[in-house]
Unconditional design. Structure first.
Length: 840
């Protein structure tokens, strides 16, 4: 084992630079001309020693097979097949255009990866090579019309030397065998626990059990359901104000009663057809299936992104949009079951489960009750951090969600089956511990790249507190062990693909049928299929199946007999919750018939006084009236709910909510985490700091400069004041205060007393319109906001039911109508700002 590990370390060290360059070949780069200075050698420092390889030597080796002296120092330590693989890597041509690379390079996920790689590939001592790597990749593409190679990338590196951070390399080389050893130990512990459990169970006689691995006796009816959702959604065509959700329905024939329903959610870059074999199989056994197409992460979306036609590979909002797709689906099916007897006869919506793989498995966990762990995301997702867990690139996109407590639990879902989910940072122990329904995690012991099995499935299984939980581990399975995707089978290397996936497919077929019948329909005859002894009975030597129902940190620690490279239970991220109210807000509103709402009179278009009749006007007034209608219906109030509107100000808005003067405050309130006594609803708007200037002066103001001596108006005690002080300390600030501050600031701009007025762009335009000024005479600089501030309704922090009610209303069609009527119709460019901020 020691010699094998040493050989692996040597191969890793010698191949590092070429492998990293290969990785860069399919990742973003910065478009710029080939630099006048290009790299001549790769320099490697190890303490006082220096080693180098000339680019000429690598090129000669690639083209002619000749190994020069400086390269021989490394190749002599490799086996001959590895040397030939290195040559093939250096010869390989990548036909990705520089235009596509330029577009892709601006995607946040790719930038995060390149910054992490820049810690290894540097331009000088401890200077991250991020920009140099981007420049080199695109420079190679520009200058190589027939496709570019790793050698071309090295030649395009904008410094004489490509420096390898050996400290980090040695850390990685040291850590890899440790992680591998722990992974093998964990798999052995699980296998031992499963075998012990099987020995204590009654033996399974497969000849006496129906074979759930085979198709069931029923025929399958397939149909496609499409319905429109009036909600913002990232799609392959960009941000849409509404979208069509496509769902394939699989119904079993000849069922004597309505069938339990299993919702299926696909992985990233897949389609609702990717696990069609599973849908067919479940339906043939009498279960109804609804396979959802997630427009913001399906195959079309991925391909569009990789062509560089979108600004991102994955929008952070996909972490909330995917679960909401399923919620909207269940709403639609409820309507069909209530209104159409044929649907009512076929689907039992009291028995709903969910199944998903990979990113779909993560969606499953969200809907099962795992809460997005904002505190852990902030802690772990630091810029430039290098990690051997590639799934963190995906998970850390969620750190850009608007700050909010995200609980996407769908109470209609009663059982959850998640294969290869990612969860370590997105949910953490705190989020996974919130799941309360039966949950089965399926994993492959050799899943080491896509969703590494230790941090993403084995440890999260320990964190689960659900009363019924299962871990089904395929040894030596991988991320693709149950896949039927022909593209995956064709393009994924055998090392990552693992054993024959038909074996894994037989396992997931049997487990899923048994799991959903047991925990949805309460069919006890299916329990034996979830036993360790059944898994043992159907296991094949090429890839075994081990099923356990419990695992502890102590068992893993004792078996490894050394400090674990990854703690099973990371240090808790502490949060505190206030005591609940004696009377909930919904109970109070039902008792009094009054909804108390505070809104601003100085914040057009959200809240202002209409001078023509001295009445409340703006989005918040319309929203409050719509919310009252919503509550009238929800609380079944015959007399209706009256709205009591109270004026709020910049200074007292939080106090009004905290001391229960009002039930909520609506206005331009940036969601924050530093306030006691209040919290915020889901975001209903996003904007950011811009400068309003006279159109004729717009070219003279460059936000990328210091704005020294620019007379800039700003509201005192606002977040914009803080931003200006931090970003433009040399600007001449002119302060405006009170309810009339923004009005007076716009007037000062109009008269030339100030040169610019800084505030949230939507508020600047709203006030200008309220004053009947011509927008042609004014310009917002820059076109896209300098900050991204998400607005939320201010709510008390001691009533979770009220928070969920408000968030539910904000997704309701009545809230959408208020948003579209007051905001979108008057400010048609809003979607551009929203798209920009959501996908930074």
């Amino acid at each position: 084992m020691g010699n094998k590990t040493k050989a692996q370390s040597n191969r890793f060290f010698a191949l590092l630079s070429s492998c990293v360059a290969l990785g860069l070949g399919i990742l973003p780069a910065l478009l710029q001309p080939k630099p006048a200075l290009s790299a001549e050698r790769i320099r490697i420092f190890a303490g006082p020693l220096e080693f180098s390889i000339s680019i000429d030597s690598l090129e000669t080796f690639a083209e002619e097979g000749e190994i020069r002296k400086d390269l021989a120092f490394y190749t002599n330590r490799l086996e001959e097949p590895t040397v030939q693989q290195l040559r093939q890597l250096l010869q390989k041509r990548f036909k990705i255009s520089h235009v596509t690379l330029y577009r892709i390079t601006h995607m946040p996920m790719a930038e995060a990866l390149l910054r992490a790689l820049g810690n290894v590939i540097q331009i000088s001592n401890d200077l991250n090579g991020f920009y140099a790597i981007r420049s080199a990749v695109v420079g190679a593409a520009i200058n190589s019309s027939e496709g570019w190679t790793i050698i071309d990338v090295m030649r395009s590196f904008p410094t004489k030397d490509i420096r390898i951070n050996t400290n980090l390399v040695f850390e990685i080389v040291k850590e890899l065998p440790t992680l591998s050893g722990y992974r093998q130990t964990a798999a052995a512990v699980i296998a031992e626990q499963a075998d012990m459990r099987a020995a204590s169970e009654s033996p399974v006689d497969l000849s006496k059990l129906p074979d759930l691995r085979q198709p069931g006796p029923r025929g399958v009816i397939e149909k496609t359901l499409t319905f429109n959702i009036s909600e913002l959604r990232s799609t392959a065509k960009g941000l849409a104000g509404s979208y069509d959700l496509d769902v394939d329905i699989y119904l079993p024939e000849e069922n004597s009663q309505p069938a339990p329903l299993v919702v299926m959610t696909h992985g990233f870059g897949s389609t609702r057809k990717s696990y069609d074999y599973m849908a067919q199989h479940l339906a043939s056994h009498g279960l109804a299936v609804a396979a959802v197409e997630h427009l913001g992460s399906n195959l079309e979306y991925r391909n569009t992104s990789l062509r560089g036609e979108l600004s991102h590979l994955l929008s952070p909002t996909e972490y909330t949009s995917r679960p909401l797709d399923v919620t909207h689906l269940l709403d639609e099916l409820e309507n069909l079951v209530e209104t159409q007897p044929d649907w009512a006869a076929r689907i039992n919506l009291e028995q709903v489960g969910i199944l998903g793989n990979s990113f779909g498995g993560t969606t499953v966990l969200s809907l099962a009750g795992a809460t997005i762990n904002e505190a852990r995301l902030r802690q772990e997702c630091t810029e430039g951090r290098f990690s051997l867990n590639p799934s963190l690139l995906l998970q850390c996109r969620a750190s850009y969600l608007p700050p909010k407590e995200y609980d996407l639990r769908e109470p209609r879902i009663k059982a959850a089956f998640a294969a290869y989910p990612v969860s370590s940072v997105l949910f953490g122990p705190e989020g996974m511990g919130s799941i309360e329904i039966p949950t089965l995690l399926m994993a492959g012991s050799n899943d080491i790249v896509m969703a590494p099995v230790i941090p993403e499935q084995i440890h999260p299984f320990v964190w689960l507190k659900a009363p019924e939980k299962y871990l089904a581990l395929m040894i030596p399975g991988t991320h693709f062990s149950t896949s039927s995707d022909e593209l995956t089978q064709r393009f994924v290397p055998k090392l990552l693909r693992g054993p024959d996936p038909s074996i894994g497919r037989s396992y997931i077929k049997a487990l899923s049928v048994a799991f959903f019948y047991t925990h949805l329909a309460n069919r006890s005859e299916y329990l034996p299929y979830l036993s360790a002894s059944y898994a043992q009975a159907i296991s094949q030597d090429e890839m075994e199946l081990k099923v356990i129902k419990s695992l502890t940190a102590e068992q893993l620690e004792a078996a490894y007999n050394a400090p674990l490279p990854i703690p099973v239970i990371p240090e808790t991220v502490l949060t505190s919750s206030p005591p609940p109210r004696e009377e909930s807000i919904l109970e109070e509103i039902k008792r009094t018939g009054v909804l108390k709402v505070a809104t601003r009179s100085d914040a057009a278009p959200f809240g202002y006084i209409d001078s023509t009749d001295n009445s409340w006007a703006g989005y918040c007034s319309d929203l409050a009236d719509s919310f009252a209608d919503y509550l009238t219906e929800r609380l079944n109030s015959p007399a209706g709910i009256e709205v009591s509107k109270v004026q709020s100000t910049l200074e007292n808005r939080f106090e009004l909510v905290e001391n229960d003067t009002v039930h909520l405050e609506c206005g331009p309130n940036s969601i924050r985490r530093d306030l006691d006594g209040v919290l915020f609803s889901n975001p209903f708007f996003v904007t950011g700091t811009q400068f309003l200037v006279k159109t004729g002066n717009s070219e003279s103001i460059n936000p990328n400069e210091t704005l020294e001596d620019l007379k800039t108006g700003v509201l005192r005690n606002s977040l914009t004041e803080i931003f200006l002080q931090q970003t433009y300390p040399r600007s001449k600030k002119v302060f405006f205060e009170g309810e009339t501050g923004r009005e007076e600031g716009i007037q000062a701009l109009n008269t030339g007393t100030i040169e610019a007025f800084a505030s949230d762009g939507i508020l600047l335009l709203g006030e200008a319109i309220r004053q009947n000024l011509s927008l042609e005479d004014y310009t917002l600089v820059p076109k896209r906001p300098l900050t991204c501030d998400f607005y939320g309704l201010i709510l008390p922090d001691n009533d979770g039911q009220w928070q969920k009610t408000v968030d539910s209303f904000l997704r309701d069609e009545r809230a959408s109508q208020a948003w579209e009527g007051t905001l979108l119709d008057s400010f048609p460019n809003l979607l551009l700002d929203i798209d920009y901020c959501l996908n930074r």
